[in-house]
Design a protein around this ligand. Structure first.
Ligand SMILES: [Zn+2]
Length: 378
């Protein structure tokens, strides 16, 4: 059992009663249980949290990830990866969060939380995401106030231009509601200063997603000589969270390998899942985690990045742990040994010897995924 929040990395038993964790101990008498699951040789962890997903699925044409075809229904890909909580990263804005809540959040067995986009219309793609007149601090803050338990923060994404307006309005809404902002740093020609973003515009607790991206128009954390830019460490010291947000083209080994070599691991690992990324180099949360496992991140650190650290990042610290009385969201994982290949969108391939697989997932005390039937008694 690996439970980073409670500093547990040991062979343990867990008892579940109803939807909660009743007891954690080295030995719990199996005869006291109605059902026993033997997880011998496997890793038992808190249910995984993916803080960057796109789940506002719908049937409106030409709307990219906003009530449209490229967004995916959470239950279709979460439980098979041990994920029990997803955080939609700005697919909806204040104009359509209610619809997102009605058609996705309320109908998902997965716990779905959300960053709302600073753009009122959400992640509609193209020109709509460039409209500064639709970036409303007050309406964004008021919508967060109305859905305080579901909305964890504000997303800025895809803005192409030299203005700091989208970032500053999101941070202003974040200040009003005491919520973090998540930044997908768009693009500009010439690129805006990443140092200015971290040190002047963002606050401690704000999140920089696509941390290992190398894309045109955006400054990357590794410089032209393969060195980690010094202000990145300053930003981490300040309290900025660095999130993977793999996506279709937002994770590059040319960034990740030197960053990891310099000891710069991510705070949180996340997918940025949509139909594009999941059929590309990203695939799913366990595949992204496996990339970091093969780059040298150890299991306790890896699990922390998708449980307690992710929970801290979204200010939901009741999640991502196996504390007694907490909700029984649990993942049982295995590490397969063999020859595996991991890619990015540049054509690069890294060979690996380990791959994470989900054996079983429990959401609120119920088995919701069981690869090899280890919960079945006959
Ligand atoms: Zn995204």
């Amino acid at each position: 059992m690996i439970d980073p929040k409670n500093n547990i990395d040991a062979v343990m038993d867990i008892a579940i009663a109803g939807d909660s964790i009743a007891k954690v101990a080295a030995n719990i008498d199996p005869s006291t249980a109605a059902k026993v699951i033997n997880a011998n040789g496997l890793y038992v962890t808190p249910g995984l949290i993916d803080i960057h997903t796109h789940n506002f699925m719908g049937t409106t044409p030409n709307r990219y990830l906003n009530n449209s075809y490229d967004a995916v229904a959470p239950d279709g890909f979460t439980f098979r990866c041990g994920v029990t909580t997803v955080v939609d990263a700005g697919s909806s804005g204040w104009r359509n969060f209610e619809q997102f809540n009605e058609q996705t959040i309320k109908h998902s067995k997965t716990r779905v939380l959300a960053f709302i986009n600073i753009v009122g219309g959400g992640m509609r793609g193209g020109a709509f995401e460039q409209d500064l007149t639709d970036m409303d601090t007050k309406m964004t803050a008021l919508t967060i106030r109305q859905y305080r338990n579901l909305i964890v923060g504000i997303k800025v994404a895809h803005y192409e231009g030299p203005e700091w307006t989208p970032v500053d309005r999101a941070v202003a809404a974040g200040k009003l509601m005491d919520k973090p902002v998540m930044i997908d740093f768009g693009g500009s020609n010439p690129p805006l200063s990443l140092e200015e973003l971290f040190m002047q515009h963002l606050r401690p607790g704000d999140i920089f997603t696509h941390a290992y991206a190398q894309v045109r128009g955006r400054m990357s954390i590794i410089d032209e000589n393969g060195k980690l830019r010094p202000f990145v460490l300053e930003a981490r010291k300040k309290g900025i969270f660095f999130d993977v947000g793999h996506g279709g083209a937002s994770f590059s080994y040319a960034q990740a390998l030197p960053a990891i070599k310099a000891g710069f691991f991510p705070n949180t690992i996340s997918t940025d899942i949509h139909t594009g990324s999941m059929n590309g180099a990203m695939k799913d949360q366990l595949n992204v985690m496996s990339k970091f496992l093969n780059m040298g991140m150890d299991m306790p650190a890896l699990i922390k990045s998708v449980t307690s650290e992710a929970a801290k990042c979204i200010k939901h610290e009741e999640l991502g742990n196996l504390s007694v009385h907490g909700v029984a969201d649990i993942a049982i994982l295995n590490i397969e040994k063999g020859k595996f290949g991991f890619t990015d969108n540049t054509g690069f391939k890294q060979d690996g010897t380990q791959k994470l697989v989900c054996e079983l997932t429990i959401r609120a005390g119920k088995v919701v995924y069981d690869l090899n039937g280890i919960a079945n008694s006959k």
